[in-house]
Design a binder for this molecule. Sequence first.
Ligand SMILES: CC(C)(COP(=O)(O)OP(=O)(O)OC[C@H]1O[C@@H](n2cnc3c(N)ncnc32)[C@H](O)[C@@H]1OP(=O)(O)O)[C@@H](O)C(=O)NCCC(=O)NCCS
Length: 123
Amino acid sequence: MPMGQRDFVVAEDLVPEVVGVGCLRQVLDEGSITYLAVSEGSRRRGIGSIVVADLLARCSARGIKRVTLEVAEENSSAISLYKNHRFEIIGRRKNYYAGNVDALVMSLQIESPCEIDSESTAC
Ligand SMILES: CC(C)(COP(=O)(O)OP(=O)(O)OC[C@H]1O[C@@H](n2cnc3c(N)ncnc32)[C@H](O)[C@@H]1OP(=O)(O)O)[C@@H](O)C(=O)NCCC(=O)NCCS
């Protein structure tokens, strides 16, 4: 099994300060978002969404075909964010988190840059 590649995307505010972090793990043509967090004082300003969009752009550029992630079933904020980015719930992992909390498995099929930009003749 290849070791794969990890990307950390860090969002900074105007005064340089890290306000958001996302981590993408790639193995061959599969990706997984293994971490996403925005600092408490900076939430609801679109930063989480920007970080996810950046991670997905990296996936597309690298030919990743599918991205998956786990999210606590009670984490409605994150689930809503991922649904905004067209992730779908494809499964459940029982007692995945401490306190017998289930994880929902969410997945997104990545369109190739050619499919995203229908005007492109490069493909
Ligand atoms: C989940 C998290 C990353 C969202 O970051 P954020 O910067 O506040 O999110 P955004 O401002 O980009 O919001 C994007 C969407 O997420 C959803 N969302 C975010 N916060 C929400 C809240 N408090 N209630 C409901 N929906 C919420 C909404 O759908 C929102 O879209 P909208 O603004 O059009 O309604 C942030 O709350 C966080 O760090 N939480 C703790 C760590 C965590 O749960 N990480 C995810 C692990 S899988």
